[in-house]
Design a protein around this ligand. Structure first.
Ligand code: DAH
Length: 354
């Protein structure tokens, strides 16, 4: 018997061995035993050199064919074992119900905003919008805010280090109108009051708008501050508008939002774009439960005649009021939340509760 007769039995033994490998590690071991440097099949190939010239071609051909068969068998077994390794260890019970992904929900701040908007719509207000990237003119100048006001300070306001022209269309930075007015530096709006100006510049009175939106201030995050938060601005311009209308409107909306036992009070304050100006305090059973008598909730006042002049409304004809309040504050009272940062962490354990 020559070498050529050893090939087939050796191949059959190797094939049986590969097929029997119980896992991937064993398969690699088996492969080594046959075709590794000291493998049995390798040893056979090494003997090829001892054959005569006549025997060599046929034996070489047979060995190569056998080697190809071994490689095919190896790949096949590897595929089987890989598939098996990827299957679950425990048997699958196909009769169990699937793991459902429940429908998504609106963020609590969106829910509160929608409630606020719904209440104002009942009494004839429409929603207006403006850019979050604002210019100094709309955020401060046109609102009668003096150049040295601390709100303009870089400690309080995020300024943008870009030229107006480099901004994409619609992202803000619409040049101010009116003689001698320059838009000034670009910034992230510090309040939604800038939208009052944009709306009044675009349309004649009467105006009855609310503006929910995101605002930015250079505050360090703590339980009651976050560098971005949400406000709702309101503006009402018509003939013979009074502070009594303002109080009645605010009271109506807060009762709708927080319940019938809500009380509000106005305290004198200063804002450059209203005269007189007030802060609105709010109380309810919920507020008292939090251990407080009153909570400051909004700023408001009668629109300053200078603001009307700036947008081209005749202050002798038109009167109006405006307010702005923080949405997080309202949501915190409503849901008994003691840290504003929870709204921005996107922790599902928090969000699923609403
Ligand atoms: N913009 C003020 C703020 O961010 C709130 C405010 C006060 C808005 C008085 C008004 C207003 O429209 O009339 O604190």
């Amino acid at each position: 018997m020559g070498l050529i007769d050893d090939i087939e039995p050796l191949k059959q033994a190797a094939l049986a061995d590969l097929k029997a490998a119980p896992d991937l590690a064993a398969l690699e071991q088996t492969k080594g035993n046959w075709t590794g440097p000291h493998g049995k099949f390798t040893a056979l190939m090494k003997q090829l050199g001892t054959l005569s010239k006549d025997e060599k071609p046929a034996a070489g051909k047979a060995i190569n064919a056998a080697k190809a068969d071994l490689e095919t068998a190896l790949a096949e077994r590897r595929g089987e074992l890989e598939l098996r390794a990827a299957l679950p260890k425990e048997p699958t019970d196909f009769t169990l119900p699937g793991r459902r992904r429940g429908p998504g929900k609106l963020h609590p701040l969106t829910q509160v905003t929608e409630d606020i908007v719904r209440s104002f719509r009942k009494i004839g207000f429409v929603v207006a919008d403006g850019p979050e990237i604002e210019d100094e003119y709309h955020c401060f100048d046109a609102l009668n805010t003096p150049p040295d006001h601390p709100a303009r300070d870089t400690q309080d306001t995020f300024y943008l280090n870009v030229a107006q022209a480099s901004l994409p269309a619609g992202s803000g930075g619409i040049p101010a109108s009116g003689p001698g007015k320059t838009p000034g530096n670009l910034l992230l709006r510090t309040h939604t009051s800038s939208v009052q100006i944009r709306v009044m510049q675009k349309q004649p009175p009467p105006v009855r708008i609310i503006v929910p939106g995101r605002v930015y201030r250079r505050d360090n995050p703590d339980p009651t501050h976050n560098p971005t938060f949400q406000q709702v601005e309101g503006l009402y311009v018509d003939k013979n508008v009074t502070a009594a209308d303002l109080k009645g409107t605010v009271e109506f909306v807060f009762r709708e939002l927080m319940g019938e036992d809500v009380k509000i009070r106005f305290r004198p304050h200063y804002f450059s774009y209203t005269e007189p100006s007030f802060e609105i305090d709010f109380t309810s059973a919920l507020v008292r439960k939090m251990g407080k008598d009153w909570l400051e909730i909004a700023g408001c006042g009668m629109v300053h005649p200078q603001v009307f002049e700036t947008v081209g409304y005749d202050p002798e004809v038109w009167t109006g009021w405006a307010f702005g309040f923080g949405i997080e504050r309202i949501a915190m009272i409503r849901y008994g939340i003691d840290d504003i940062r929870l709204f921005y962490e996107n922790d599902l354990r928090f969000l699923r509760q609403f």
